[in-house]
Structure formats: C-alpha cells, structure tokens
Design a binder for this molecule. Structure first.
Ligand code: FEO
Length: 392
C-alpha cells in the first residue's frame, strides 16, 4: 500500500472503502474513501485518520513515506469516527506527535477515546502551525456538520484540506476528480451535501464568508471523502455550488414522492406529476418502493415544489413514507412549496402528519388532499385543480 503524491512532499495516505453501500442511513452508490494526507517539511504533519477497520491500510501508506517516529503533528479536523476511528492507534504509533484540534474536537476525542497522555494543541480560526517552509492555518467550521468540524489550509500550496466539506462518497481508481467520471463526482458532491450538510446552510455560508475574509487563495480542495478538486475550474464549480445550495436557491423543479399499496396513491401521484409536466415544470416522480430516501433528498435539494403522498396502513403513515418524512424533517430543507396527499380505506387523517412536518419546516403549503379507496376520474380532476393552486 503506497502513498500517492498530491504535490511535492504532500501525499494522500487515505483508504478506499469500495464496498460501502450505507453511511448512517445514506445510501451510497459508488463506495467511499476516507482521505488522510501527510505533509513532509522540516516537520511532518498528518491530516485526519480513517475508519478503524481500515486502519492498517492507512498505516501502511504512511509508512511508505515516513517513519511514525518522525511525525510531529496529527491534525484532527473532525471527530466523527470515519475520520477519527483509528486516531488512538496512530497516536500510539507516534506518541511524540502533538494532536492538533479545536476545543470542541478535544472534548469529542476525550468523549470517544481514552486520551490519557495525549499531547494536545488547541487551535482557533486564523491560527497556524509552522512546518518549516509551509504553514497550516486552521478554520473552524462549527456545525458543518459537527461542533468540532474544522478545515486546514496551506497558504504556500494554496490547498484547503476541507474534511467533510466539498466531499463526495465516491471511490475511484484515482484521487483526482479530473481523472474519473467528473459528472458522477459532481452528482455525488450534490448528494453528499443533500444528505449530510443540508441542515447547515447557514454554517456553510459562514464558512465560505470566513474563507473570503481570510483571503484564502484556493487552487486545490482536498476533502476527506472522494476525489480532490484541482485547478480553478473545478474549485470554482464546487465553491459556487456550495454557495447556491447553502442559500436555498431553487431551480424551479418539482418532486412528487410517495409509496403505494394497491395503486390508489400511485394514481394520485401520477395526476399531480402530470399537472407539473403540463405547466412546463421539470418534475420527477419517485416511488419509495424503488427509490432510496437519500436519492430523493438529492432531487429535493434544488427543487421548488415537494409533494408527498402516503397510503394509510393501520391508521398510520405507510412505513417507508414515515421513514422518509423523519429523514426529511432532520435534514430540514427550507424554502419549498408543497402539500401532502393520501389514500385511505375506512379512516382518513394520516395526511395531516405529513402536512404538519411541512409546516414545521416553514414550507409554503396548500391544503392536503386525501381520497377514500380508488380515486374516480372526477376525483382526479379535482386533484388537478387542487395541484394548480400551488403553481399560482
Ligand atoms: Fe465524514 Fe462527519 O464524517
């Protein structure tokens, strides 16, 4: 397991998780990577660890370019276990290394591990450590997406080591976005934002503002998941899209998401979809029997309209719809318009559970729509007129 060169004396020493399909509820289509970087200067710094079960691969790559006894700093940008799982093992191999993190990072490391004997250096935004010819400047990005989240910037190389920010769950045979299917990398970056960072748009905007205030010149963004964004065009693509996603700007599209038991809710979904289509609104219709919640969240990221439907099962939401709206509520998309729809047999009302969530999220809504058993043509006509209200 050899290290891969990023720039002269800067190496990727991360690991590839080719078979990953699930990341705490987020369905992952192309595996993932946990990127760890090593900078060799007069002093040697390691940036971020990896998941515990892939530690050996990380260790072998580090050993291919340095002895552990020569590592001066272990920088912990984020304590979620996909980046810190093997930090105790790394500290054990390099007990002389100073563990550099922010105060929330230290608290989180202490809460996860036995840190007795660790030599901590606590940093704040704008503070730096010197490696010799190169410095590392720290930018804390609290709640993007954990309290301890931080990015590390090397001004001499113009590289931002951005941890989760700008990352993608994407595993390829290269570390460079330009050397693989760039369209998939971009789509995975969008999916990552939708499924991990969606609730933290304000924090993302703040991080982008801080980068501007500190005049960070960025020629390369090296995240801790997926591929490295290299060069002006790629860096601008990801920065401008983060600015757009963080602002809640929509592209005017619609998402109709539902599940169905005996086809009644599907008929309602089809009718609503046709109204959007006929009005020239780009629309996707997703049935949760086939579409995974995390794919639908990616559709919702830039959508203007979100309409959600459920069958009634034992006087409750259909379980896959219940799971979906729970996930949606946590990711808290803002600036949407929508309504809920439902079919039922002998007792209605579950539709209000979805409608309430939409209202709690601050969405602009019209009244919910529900129908008993199979909707007749006249009911579908009524639903068409109902749906048109949201376009007004
Ligand atoms: Fe990639 Fe928040 O961990």
């Amino acid at each position: 397991m050899e290290a891969l060169k990023v720039k002269e004396n800067i190496y990727w020493v991360g690991v590839k998780d080719w078979n990953l399909t699930e990341f705490h509820g987020y369905h992952v289509s192309h595996g993932s990577t946990y990127n760890s970087y090593l900078i060799k200067d007069e002093k040697i710094a390691l940036i971020d660890g990896v998941k515990q079960y892939l530690s050996q691969e990380n260790i072998e790559r580090i050993k291919s370019v340095t002895d552990f006894s020569k590592i001066d700093y272990i920088i912990v940008n984020h304590v979620e276990l996909d980046h810190s799982g093997n930090i105790p093992e790394l500290v054990k191999l390099a007990p002389q290394a100073v563990v550099v993190t922010n105060s929330a990072g230290k608290m989180a490391l202490e809460a996860h591990f036995d840190t007795t004997g660790w030599n901590f250096q606590i940093v704040k935004t704008g503070e730096s450590i010197s490696l010799g010819k190169r410095n590392i400047t720290f930018v804390t990005t609290p709640l993007l997406h954990w309290p301890d989240s931080m990015m590390s910037y090397c001004p001499q190389e113009k590289i931002l080591f951005s941890n989760d920010g700008f990352g993608q769950h994407y595993c390829a045979n290269t570390i460079w976005a330009s050397e693989t299917n760039f369209g998939i990398v971009c789509e995975e970056a969008k999916s990552y934002y939708a499924n991990i960072l969606f609730p933290y748009g304000m924090q993302a905007q703040k991080a982008l503002n801080t980068a501007n205030e500190l005049n960070l010149e960025i020629e390369m963004i090296a995240p801790s998941h997926g591929c490295i964004w290299n060069g002006k065009e790629e860096v601008n693509w990801i920065l401008s899209n983060y600015a757009k996603w963080a602002s809640g700007e929509t592209d005017g599209s619609a998402v109709v998401v539902y599940d169905t038991m005996w086809g009644a809710t599907a008929k309602l979904a089809e009718t609503i979809t046709a109204v959007f289509q006929d009005a020239g609104v780009p629309v996707v219709k997703r049935c949760l029997t086939n579409a995974h919640t995390s794919e639908v969240m990616c559709d919702i990221l830039e959508a203007k309209y979100v309409v959600i439907g459920t069958p009634t099962l034992n006087n409750e939401l259909f379980p896959r719809v219940a799971a979906f709206v729970t996930y949606l509520k946590g990711l808290a998309p803002k600036n949407k318009k929508g309504f809920a729809f439902a079919s039922y047999g002998w007792r209605g009302g579950v539709v209000n559970k979805i409608q309430t969530i939409m209202e709690e999220l601050g969405w602009q809504t019209i009244a919910p729509f529900e129908e008993k058993y199979t909707p007749k043509p006249e009911v579908l006509e009524k639903l068409k007129e109902h749906t048109k209200q949201i376009l007004g």
